[in-house]
Design a protein around this ligand. Structure first.
Ligand code: BG6
Length: 491
C-alpha cells in the first residue's frame, strides 16, 4: 500500500492559517517537525504561519519554542534539528477578512508559483469563506495550489454545501483536501490492509458470519476550553458525522479495484448511501443522547459539562451519543452497527469490535454457554492492537472450552515511533495524494444521514441522559443494545 513513502517532497510553501491556534501547536507544527527530522522536507520547503497576533517571525519562532516543546516527547526532540526546522518557519500577521492585509503573504510567495502551495485552514468554519476570498482576490492561487480544511465542514448538509460551493468557485475539486484526522491513524489504514491484503477475512466479512459490529470512540477528556464551540456542535456533529462514520465505512466497504483515490472513495460513498435513514420515531428509538455530570478519575474529581463557563446554563447539548445503524446491502442486511462516542468516559478507548456468529450447534461444554462469540477487536487507542477471541480447550482432564485472545500489539511488532495522524495527512496534501481525504459527495452523504437524526431530536425534544464522568455513558445506551440481546464490549 503506497500511502506514505520516504521520498523527499517537491519544494513547497505551506501557508498555515490559524498558526497561533491550539491545533497548530499541538499537532501540525510537531507533525512537520517530525518529517523534517526524517529528512523528508526539501531544503526549499517553507512554512508560513498566519495569525491575528502581531508577532514578527522571530517572536513567533520564540512562541513555538516555548509552547510546542511540551507536545514532543523528550526522546523525539533534538535541539539542533528543532532550530533548523524553525528556520523554515515565517509568520505574517493578517486580518483574513481584509484583502489588503494579504500583501506581506503575497510578498513571501512572490516568484514561487512553481512550488507546491498549500493553504491550510485551521480556522473557525465561519472564516473559510473570508480566507478563500482573500487568497483568490490577492492572486495567490496557482495551478499548484491546494487547500486543506479542518472539520467540521458546516453544521448540516445545507451549510456544508454552501462552504463547498464557495470553495468550488476558486479551487478545482482535485485541489481541495477535506481532513478527517482519523483516516491518518495507522490502525485505520491497517484496517484496509487487514481486509484487502489478506484473503482470510473476506469470506467471513458478511451477514451470514458476522452478528454485529460495535464501534466505540470514548474519551476521558471533557470539552477542554472549547465549551462555546462544543455547545453549538454536540457529539453527533463533532464525532459521528465524520470519525465514526469513516470507521464504519472502512469496515463495511466493498473491495476497491485499486488503491487509487477515487477507486477507494467510490466504494466508501456507496456505504454512506446505503445507510438506512433514521427518521422521526425511528431515530429516537435507535439513538441515545447523554451529557456528563461531575465525577472522578483516579487523578481526582472533574466538573460536569454544565459547570463549564462557556456552556449555556440549561444546555441540552449531547456529549455522548449511541446509535444503532443498519446498512441496506446484500453483504450487511440484518447486521446492526452499534456506534457510540462520548467525552469524560471511563478511559480513552477507540475500538472496533466485530462479533461473529455463534457455532450453529455446540458439541462442547463452555463456562459461558458460547455467549461470547468469536470476536475481532481492532483497537486504535490507546495502544494499537488487533485481537482475535477464539475458544480453546482449557488444560485439564475434562473437555471444557474457554475463550482466549490471539494478540497482535503493533508496538511489539514494529518497535519504532508511530507517525501521528497529521504527519501522514500533511505529507499527502503536499505530495497530492487525496486517498485519505473526503470528497465533496462523501461529506454531503454523511450529512444526509445525520441531519434527520438531529431533526428528530428537535421534533421530539429528545432529552440528554446524565452520566457520571468516568463511566461508560448513560444506562440507556446499555438498554439500546441489550434489547437486541447483546452488550457493549467493555473488556
Ligand atoms: C476531534 C474532535 O475531531 O477529535 C474532538 O473535534 C475530539 O472533540 C478529537 O476530542 C478526538 O481525536 P483523537 O485523535 O484524540 O481521538
Amino acid at each position: 500500500m503506497n500511502l506514505i513513502s520516504n521520498e523527499t517532497l517537491q519544494p513547497f510553501d505551506f501557508v498555515l492559517f490559524g498558526g497561533t491556534g491550539d491545533l497548530a501547536i499541538r499537532k501540525l507544527i510537531p507533525a512537520l517537525y517530525f518529517r523534517h527530522c526524517e529528512g523528508q522536507l526539501p531544503d526549499d520547503g517553507q512554512i508560513i504561519s498566519i495569525g491575528r497576533t502581531g508577532y514578527g517571525t522571530s517572536e513567533y519562532r520564540q512562541m513555538l519554542d516555548d509552547k510546542v516543546r511540551e507536545h514532543i516527547e523528550d526522546k523525539e526532540f533534538d535541539a539542533q534539528s528543532w532550530q533548523e526546522f524553525l528556520e523554515r518557519v515565517h509568520y505574517c500577521s493578517i486580518d483574513v477578512t481584509s484583502v489588503a492585509s494579504y500583501a506581506p503573504l503575497a510578498e513571501l510567495l512572490k516568484g514561487r508559483d512553481d512550488h507546491v502551495r498549500v493553504f491550510y485552514l485551521s480556522v473557525a468554519p465561519d472564516l473559510f469563506n473570508a480566507v478563500t476570498h482573500g487568497v483568490h482576490a490577492s492572486g495567490l492561487i496557482t495551478e499548484n495550489s491546494r487547500v486543506t480544511l479542518e472539520k467540521p465542514l458546516g453544521r448540516d448538509q445545507a451549510t456544508a454545501e454552501q462552504i463547498n460551493d464557495n470553495l468550488a468557485a476558486v479551487f478545482k475539486e482535485s485541489q481541495i483536501y477535506r481532513i478527517d484526522h482519523y483516516l491518518g491513524k495507522e490502525t485505520v489504514q491497517n484496517l484496509l490492509a487487514l481486509r484487502f491484503g489478506n484473503a482470510l477475512f473476506e469470506p467471513l466479512w458478511r451477514n451470514d458470519r458476522i452478528n454485529d459490529v460495535q464501534i466505540t470512540i470514548a474519551e476521558s477528556l471533557g470539552v477542554e476550553g472549547r465549551g462555546a464551540f462544543y455547545d453549538e456542535t454536540g457529539a453527533l456533529r463533532d464525532m459521528v458525522q465524520n470519525h465514526l462514520l469513516q470507521l464504519l465505512v472502512i469496515i463495511a466497504m466493498e473491495p476497491p479495484a485499486s488503491i487509487d483515490p477515487d477507486a477507494v472513495r467510490d466504494e466508501k460513498i456507496k456505504v454512506l448511501r446505503a445507510l438506512k435513514p433514521l427518521v422521526g420515531i425511528d431515530a429516537i428509538e435507535n439513538s441515545v443522547r447523554g451529557q456528563y455530570k461531575a465525577g472522578a478519575y483516579s487523578s481526582g474529581p472533574v466538573p460536569g459539562y454544565l459547570d463549564d463557563k462557556d456552556v449555556a446554563d440549561e444546555s441540552n447539548t449531547e456529549t455522548f451519543v449511541a446509535l444503532k445503524a443498519e446498512i441496506g446491502s446484500w453483504r450487511w442486511e440484518g447486521v446492526p452497527f452499534y456506534l457510540r462516542t462520548g467525552k469524560r468516559m471511563e478511559s480513552k478507548t477507540t475500538e472496533i469490535v466485530i462479533n461473529f456468529k455463534k457455532v450453529p450447534h455446540s458439541i462442547f461444554d463452555t463456562a459461558d454457554g458460547f455467549n461470547t462469540p468469536n470476536q475481532l477487536i481492532i483497537r486504535l487507542q490507546p495502544q494499537e492492537s488487533i485481537r482475535m477471541r477464539i475458544y480453546v480447550k482449557a488444560w485439564g482432564d475434562d473437555i471444557q472450552l474457554q475463550p482466549v485472545y490471539l494478540n497482535l500489539d503493533f508496538n511489539d511488532v514494529f518497535q519504532k515511533r508511530k507517525l501521528i495522524a497529521y504527519e501522514r495527512l500533511l505529507l499527502d496534501v503536499i505530495r497530492g495524494n487525496p486517498t485519505l481525504f473526503m470528497r465533496r459527495d462523501e461529506v454531503a452523504a454523511a450529512w444526509a444521514w445525520i441531519d434527520p437524526i438531529r431533526a428528530a431530536w428537535e421534533q421530539y425534544q429528545y432529552p440528554t441522559r446524565g452520566y457520571t464522568a468516568g463511566t461508560w455513558g448513560p444506562s440507556a445506551a446499555n438498554a439500546l443494545i441489550s434489547k437486541d440481546g447483546l452488550r457493549w464490549n467493555e473488556d
